[in-house]
Design a binder for this molecule. Structure first.
Ligand code: ATP
Length: 350
C-alpha cells in the first residue's frame, strides 16, 4: 500500500528558530489527520512544506511513494483552504471554483458543470453567480473548499479553515467538512489549535511539540492512553496528584494502588505525579468511605456533569467530575471523600 503523504525527519530552521526538529508522520489513504499543538510548535510549517510553499532544510517528503521534496507546489496535486477565505473578489462563486480548471485549460462547459456540482456538494446550490461580498464568511469558506476540490487533488490541506468564523458557523462547517471528506474519501491534513475541533473531526490527531511529533493516534486513544505527560496535559483536563511508587510497578494514590502504563515507574517509595482526568476520580459523601478527605471549593454545573474543585486534607487541589444527578449537596464547603477509579494511569516526574 502506498502512503499518500509521508514526512521523514523533516527539519526547518528560520534563523535561530527551529520550526521543525525531525518531524516524522505517515498519513494513510482517505484519512483525515489533524495537526494539533501549542502556538509555534511547527504545525503551519509542516503543512506549508507538504503544500510546497516552504522547503525543508533536510528530511524527505513523499507522496504516493514518490519523493516530492523538490517538486514545486503547482505540480503536487494538492487542494488547499486557508484561514482567510482568499477568494478572488472580482470573480463569482462559479468562476472561483472553476479557476483551477481554467488554468488547466478545461472547456467552459466543463468548468460550469463542475462548479455547479461542487457548489451543490458544499451546500451552496444556485449560488454560482454570487460574488464573495454577497456571501457570508461561512459561505465563502464553502466556496474556498469547493475551489480546492474542483481539480480533484490527491491531498486536501486545510490551514485553520474555521478559525475566522463565529462559533455556530464553525460547528456546522466542521460537520460539513468531515461529511464531504468522507464522501470523497480524500486524504486530508488539517491544522488547528482547537482541541475539540481536532478530536471531533479527525481519524487521527498528531500532537506536536517543539517541531516534533509527540503522538499520533485516534482521538479516543489520545485521550484515554496519552503516550507522554505532554500529550496527557495538552489534550483535555488533567490533574497532577502526588503518588508513591510501590513494589511491582504500581502507584499508590489516596490509599489505592493503581497500575501504571507507559514509562518505567522507578524504585519503591519514589514520589511521582499521577496524571488523572477529572472523571477518573470517584466522590463519595457517606461517612466512613475509604479514600482521601476533601472539601469542595467550587462546584460548576456543566449539564450532564458537575465539575468540582476540591482541596484535600493534605492541601492538594484537584478537579473531579461527577454526574449532576449525584451532585446534590456538593456545594462549596461540603466535605467528601476522593478515590481514584482503578484504571491504568500515566505517571510523570514529580
Ligand atoms: P501557530 O499555532 O501560532 O500558528 P504553528 O504551530 O503553526 O504556530 P509555525 O507557524 O509553524 O507554528 O512556526 C513555528 C516556529 O517557526 C515559530 O517559532 C515561528 O515564529 C517560526 N516561523 C515560522 N515561519 C517563519 C518565517 N517565515 N520566518 C521566521 N520564523 C518563522
Amino acid at each position: 500500500m502506498t502512503v499518500p503523504v509521508q514526512l521523514k525527519g523533516l527539519r526547518r530552521k528560520f534563523g535561530a528558530t527551529t520550526a521543525l526538529d525531525g518531524l516524522d508522520l505517515d498519513i494513510a489513504p482517505g484519512e483525515l489527520v489533524a495537526l494539533l499543538g501549542p502556538s509555534g510548535c511547527g504545525k503551519t510549517t509542516a503543512l506549508r512544506i507538504i503544500a510546497g510553499f516552504e522547503t525543508a532544510d533536510s528530511g524527505e517528503l513523499t507522496m504516493d511513494g514518490q519523493d516530492v521534496t523538490h517538486v514545486p507546489a503547482h505540480r503536487r496535486d494538492i487542494g488547499m483552504v486557508f484561514q482567510s477565505y482568499s477568494l478572488f473578489p472580482n470573480m463569482t462563486a462559479a468562476q472561483n471554483v472553476g479557476y483551477g480548471l481554467r488554468v488547466r485549460k478545461s472547456s467552459t462547459a466543463e468548468r460550469a458543470a463542475r462548479a455547479g456540482e461542487l457548489l451543490e456538494l458544499v451546500g451552496l446550490p444556485g449560488r454560482e453567480d454570487h460574488y464573495p461580498h454577497q456571501l457570508s464568511g461561512g459561505q465563502q469558506q464553502r466556496v474556498a473548499l469547493a475551489r480546492a476540490l474542483a481539480v480533484r487533488p490527491r491531498v486536501l490541506l486545510l490551514d485553520e479553515p474555521l478559525s475566522a468564523l463565529d462559533a455556530k458557523v464553525r460547528l456546522s462547517l466542521r460537520e460539513e467538512i468531515r461529511r464531504i471528506q468522507l464522501e470523497l474519501g480524500i486524504t486530508t491534513v488539517f491544522v488547528t489549535h482547537d482541541q475539540e475541533e481536532a478530536l471531533s473531526m479527525a481519524d487521527r490527531v498528531a500532537v506536536m511539540q517543539g517541531g516534533r511529533l509527540e503522538q499520533c493516534a485516534a482521538p479516543a486513544e489520545l485521550y484515554e492512553r496519552p503516550a507522554t505527560p505532554f500529550v496527557a496535559e495538552f489534550v483535555g483536563t488533567m490533574n497532577r496528584l502526588p503518588g508513591t511508587v510501590r513494589d511491582g510497578g504500581v502507584v499508590e494514590l489516596f490509599g489505592r494502588r493503581l497500575p501504571i502504563h507507559g514509562a518505567e515507574p522507578g524504585t519503591e517509595g519514589r514520589t511521582v505525579d499521577v496524571l488523572l482526568r477529572p472523571e477518573g476520580l470517584a466522590i463519595r459523601t457517606d461517612a466512613g468511605a475509604e479514600g482521601m478527605s476533601a472539601t469542595v471549593r467550587v462546584a460548576t454545573f456543566l449539564g450532564a456533569t458537575t465539575r468540582l474543585h476540591l482541596t484535600t486534607e493534605t492541601g492538594v487541589q484537584l478537579k473531579a467530575d461527577v454526574p449532576s444527578w449525584e451532585a446534590d449537596g456538593l456545594t462549596p464547603g461540603a466535605r467528601c471523600t476522593v478515590t481514584p477509579h482503578e484504571k491504568p494511569v500515566l505517571v510523570a516526574e514529580g
